[in-house]
Structure formats: C-alpha cells, structure tokens
Design a protein around this ligand. Structure first.
Ligand code: CMP
Length: 138
C-alpha cells in the first residue's frame, strides 16, 4: 500500500466543497489515515512549497494557501500517488478532464481546489511536514 499527501485548498473549503471532495475520496477507495483542518501561516505555506521558491507564482501561491482554512490529509491506496493525481486532474482546471476534482471544483490555476504529492520523496516530505507517525491510523 502506498501513501500520499493531499490538501483541500482554501478556495474549495470556503466554497463549501470539502464534504463533496471527501465523499469522492472514499468512493474512489482511498483510506484516510490522517486528517486535520488548519489555517497555514504565510511562513508555513512558504516552507511547505519551498520547492517552488524561485517560481514567479510563489508569492501568490503562498498568500492564497495562507488565506483561510484548508484540510490536510494522508491518503492510502494501491498506487495512491498516481491515483490521487488522476482524481484531481490537471493542475489548471481549464485543462482538467471531466469528472476530475479540479474540473468540478477548481476555478483557476491558482484556485485549483486540491493539492497532491507528485512522487514518493515529495509525499514523504509533505506527510512529515504536517503529521507525526502516531497521528496516522490505518
Ligand atoms: P499545487 O499542486 O498545489 O502545486 C503548486 C501550485 O502552484 C499548483 O498546484 C498551482 O495551484 C499553483 N500554480 C500557479 N501557477 C502555476 C504554474 N504556472 N505551474 C504550476 N503550478 C502553478
């Protein structure tokens, strides 16, 4: 079984779509090992997205991610990293396939409803950024 890290971003939370997204997560067969609702500080968002520090969208991204409550989760499934990325769809909701979360709930590349790890090493960093081992329950 593989683990991945997921966020329901502030846009989706504020729009009242967290429940629908959680329902899809269960319906697709993921197990939620850990879940927290929290408000990231600007500094916490910058640390989480440090890999994007040099990108032109870094400031807008970290402002947005610290703009309101979000839900952070650890998901488990066979091939969880790829499976969650497929369920989310393309980063830009305009390019995302019908039926994906970003198509349904995202409104722009910045306000794209969800985040997911892109590789095992990223998943390990991102899970560890928010959760300790004893917080993850099978
Ligand atoms: P996420 O999967 O959370 O990872 C980084 C985020 O940066 C991404 O989703 C987008 O919301 C945001 N972003 C803004 N502009 C870009 C871009 N040009 N390329 C990739 N991500 C971008």
């Amino acid at each position: 079984m593989e683990r991945t890290f997921a966020i329901i971003k502030p846009d989706a939370f504020k729009a009242g779509n967290a429940g629908k997204i959680l329902t899809r997560i269960y319906a697709e067969g993921f197990k939620i090992l850990g879940l927290k609702k929290l408000c990231l500080s600007k500094k916490e968002a910058e640390g989480f997205y440090a890999v994007h520090r040099e990108r032109p969208f870094f400031n807008d991204l970290t402002n947005f991610m610290s703009s309101g409550p979000c839900i952070v989760m650890v998901l488990e499934a066979e091939g969880a990293i790829r499976k969650w990325r497929e369920l989310m769809g393309a980063t830009n909701p305009n390019d995302a396939a019908q039926g994906t979360l970003r198509k349904e709930f995202g409104t722009s590349i910045d306000n794209n409803a969800t985040h997911g790890s892109d590789a095992p090493e990223t998943a390990a960093f991102e899970i560890g950024y928010f959760f300790s081992g004893i917080e993850l329950l099978a």
